[in-house]
Design a protein. Structure first.
Length: 360
């Protein structure tokens, strides 16, 4: 049965949620899928993320700061124009605006929470609770710990759990030399990589401090962009590691990025279930991650390391441990197979399709 589905996100900037939604669209040829971005314009979004230029059925509502009722009106008109049967919202802003629009346009409403740390704020948790009670969406959490924390703060909500998935046909093990040439990275160095927006919560500053304690033959490659970029570049100069830190910007070919590095590191203070950890491991790359959100649910226990957040010594020690014990080909393949078997994007899409069709 063909579904007409509209995903609603806060914005279409490079990030895990946004990538997942676009992956859903790309890998669901039997469904009619559109994406609505509350914030931004088509041009501003494409300037920040050029892969959007080749993707059809993207709509931008250019939401103003604060409450913007015109967004609701415009979304209702758009849902009717698209003849949407299902609206799938991601995070709080889309839950509010999409929930109102779905109710008026008589659409089935699925809502995915990708993290729950924001519910520690009592005002926020009350708002989300009221939205869930009034809009009555089918609520999904992308990790068991996220589901547990949602129920803790909003007892009336009992979310289903659908772990995020990765496109294992896209994120594969390929030639490291070619990947490094593509990204202009040195061939004979050990490279630690991180892919995340340059925002405070991702703790790039701590990553730079910890990396500064590693030997000079190790390189750090940072994929992404954000408001802290210039500040982080200045910090790398002050730490005297600027020659060893590569700021790659928004990388269009992320499989190449993962294949170019030897170790992936995510030092975030808060997370839901990071897609980047799945992508890296699907490319046979071992990961280091802070033990926050759902990270412990997807980090391979044999090849990965979990550390405390804000702990520079643990972060530095973990990086040194991993660069001194790089994976061989067999270990890389085992890691990839583990992710492919347990975190397949196609399986995730099938589970959501059952919800879209009203099948529990």
């Amino acid at each position: 049965m063909k579904n007409t589905i509209v995903h609603v996100v806060q914005h279409l900037l490079p990030g895990g949620i946004e990538t997942m939604v676009l992956d859903f669209k790309r890998c669901s040829p039997n469904d009619k899928i559109s994406v609505i971005s509350l914030e931004g314009t088509e041009q501003s979004s494409m300037n920040s993320w050029d892969i959007l230029e080749s993707i059809p059925d993207l709509y931008f509502l250019n939401k103003k700061t604060g409450i913007d009722f015109f967004v609701v009106f415009n979304m209702i008109k758009l849902l009717k124009k698209l003849q949407a049967k299902v609206i799938h919202t991601h995070h709080v802003g889309p839950l509010i605006y999409g929930g109102i629009a779905a109710k008026i346009a008589n659409c089935k409403h699925i809502h995915t929470e990708h993290d729950a740390w924001h519910l520690e704020n009592k005002k926020r948790s009350k708002l989300v609770a009221r939205c869930i009670k009034y809009f009555n969406p089918t609520v999904v959490a992308d990790a068991n710990i996220v589901a547990k924390n949602i129920t803790k703060h909003i007892p009336i909500c009992n979310p289903q759990v659908i772990i995020n998935g990765v496109d294992a046909d896209k994120f594969i093990i390929t030639d490291k030399t070619k990947a490094r040439n593509l990204l202009c990275l040195p061939q004979n160095s050990i490279i630690i990589g991180c892919a995340a927006r340059f925002t405070t919560v991702k703790c790039h500053s701590l990553l730079l401090e910890a990396f500064a304690e590693l030997p000079d033959n190790i390189i750090l490659a940072l994929a992404g962009d954000g408001e802290l970029k210039q500040q982080l570049k200045q910090q790398s100069i002050e730490l005297d590691i600027a020659s060893r830190v590569y700021f790659l910007g928004v990388v269009k070919d992320m499989p190449a990025f993962y294949n170019a590095i030897d170790v992936f590191c995510l030092a975030s203070a808060m997370e839901g279930l990071p897609l980047s950890l799945l992508e890296a491991q699907s490319c046979g790359v071992p990961v280091i991650a802070t033990n926050v959100g759902g990270c412990s649910e997807i980090v391979d226990k044999k090849t990965g390391i979990l550390i405390e957040k804000y702990n520079k010594k643990q972060l530095s020690d973990a990086m040194l441990t991993k660069v001194n014990s790089l994976l061989n080909n067999n270990e890389q393949q085992r890691l990839r197979n583990l992710i492919k078997s347990n975190c397949s994007l196609i399986d995730v899409i099938k589970k959501y399709n059952k919800l879209y069709q009203g099948v529990d």
